[in-house]
Design a protein around this ligand. Structure first.
Ligand code: ADP
Ligand code: MG
Length: 327
């Protein structure tokens, strides 16, 4: 089976006044239809740039230095604007951290959702739905995101809804074109903990019920673990480790993954063990030589400063980019 999304050796620079920011440094990822991939890593490691690049809405000045992205057998890097219009928001949809930014405060939810429904029909060259048909479709979409008080919600303005409800509405809009892939970039980060859990439940339900393929991005390992079957751990523009979520959580091999997991609150013990990784994400204009993690790595040796580690398969579907992965 060919993967739905394949990213190969993808390198992206963003030119700045002080020099090129080497934001993505050879990303390799593949995602099968119906799968849920989590991308986790500290803030600033390039998750959003990667996600937006998949949709062709990466940084305006961003320059692909090498590599390719293929979605459903289409080479994304070769698309023109017309080609993108057939994919962006149609075959691949995205939801973001702050739904308020993507809702118009001046129009009701019903009006905005209807507009999206009509836009999709128009884009497909299909007959435009009547008012009654639009309403029916909005009802179905809001039902899919488990909004039951349809009448109240359609007549509400965005500010009249809670953050969790607004995120549900955004997910409904993202589903309106029946996408094959949903990219969720920190969809729960701005929400209260209990609401976070509800949104994660909803995403899981959509994967189960609609067979939706999801890329879930978060700095929060817990949110990723709750939904993703596979996970890729990113550090400073590099995927340092990837594999089945369960394997990564129980047998992390990369020192960065180990540090990230050690920084998780120990809930069972009733107290927080915050053994976080000392230091900060490096400057990406002058990234560290060799392994980008070496200045913070407890296991770094000479080779780590000299050579970039090649990602190695160290088990069934478990890939690690570390010179000392098997020490
Ligand atoms: N448009 C841009 N111009 C310049 N730098 C950017 C731009 N977008 C992102 N960056 C930089 O790229 C790096 C990765 O950012 P981002 O992908 O947003 O990280 P994450 O989503 O993992 O927190 C950061 O250093 C950020 O400052
Ligand atoms: Mg981000």
């Amino acid at each position: 089976m060919t993967a739905l999304l394949t990213i190969q050796d993808y390198r992206l620079d963003i030119p700045t006044f002080d020099g090129a920011l080497k934001v993505l440094d050879g990303i390799d990822l593949a995602l099968d239809q119906g799968e849920t991939l989590g991308i986790v890593g500290e803030s600033g490691c390039g998750k959003t740039v990667l996600a937006r690049s998949i949709l062709g809405i990466g940084p305006a000045k961003g320059k692909r230095v090498s590599g390719s992205m293929t979605f459903d057998s289409v080479e994304l890097d070769h698309l023109d604007e017309a080609g993108w219009r057939r994919i962006r928001g149609v075959k691949i949809s995205m939801i973001f951290q702050d739904p308020m930014t993507y809702l118009n405060p001046l129009f009701t939810i019903g009006r905005q959702l209807s507009d999206v429904v009509v836009a999709h029909k128009r884009a497909k060259g299909e007959r435009l739905p009547s008012r009654a048909e639009q309403r029916k479709r909005c009802h179905a979409l809001l039902d899919q995101v488990q909004i039951r008080d349809f009448e109240r919600v359609v007549d509400s303005y965005p500010h009249q809804l809670s953050g969790g409800m607004r995120q549900r509405v955004l997910i409904a809009m993202a589903l309106a074109g029946e996408p094959q892939l949903l990219i969720a970039d920190e969809p729960t980060t701005a929400l209260d903990v209990t609401i976070q859990a509800q949104i994660l439940d909803l995403l899981r339900d959509l994967v189960d019920r609609l067979g939706l393929t999801v890329v879930m991005i978060s700095h929060d390992v817990g949110a990723i673990a709750a939904i993703a079957r596979r996970v890729a751990v990113m550090y400073a523009g590099v995927v340092v480790e990837q594999g089945m979520t369960n394997d990564i959580l129980t047998q992390p091999r990369h020192p960065y993954t180990q540090g990230l997991l050690a920084a998780l609150p120990d809930i069972e013990g009733g107290h927080q063990v915050l053994e976080s990784i000392p230091g900060t994400i490096p400057n990406l204009i002058h990234p560290p030589s060799g392994c980008r993690f070496h200045p913070r790595c407890p296991r770094a040796t000479e080779i780590c400063t000299a050579q970039k580690p090649v990602a190695r398969n160290i088990g069934a579907d478990h890939v690690v980019a570390c010179h000392h992965a098997l020490d």
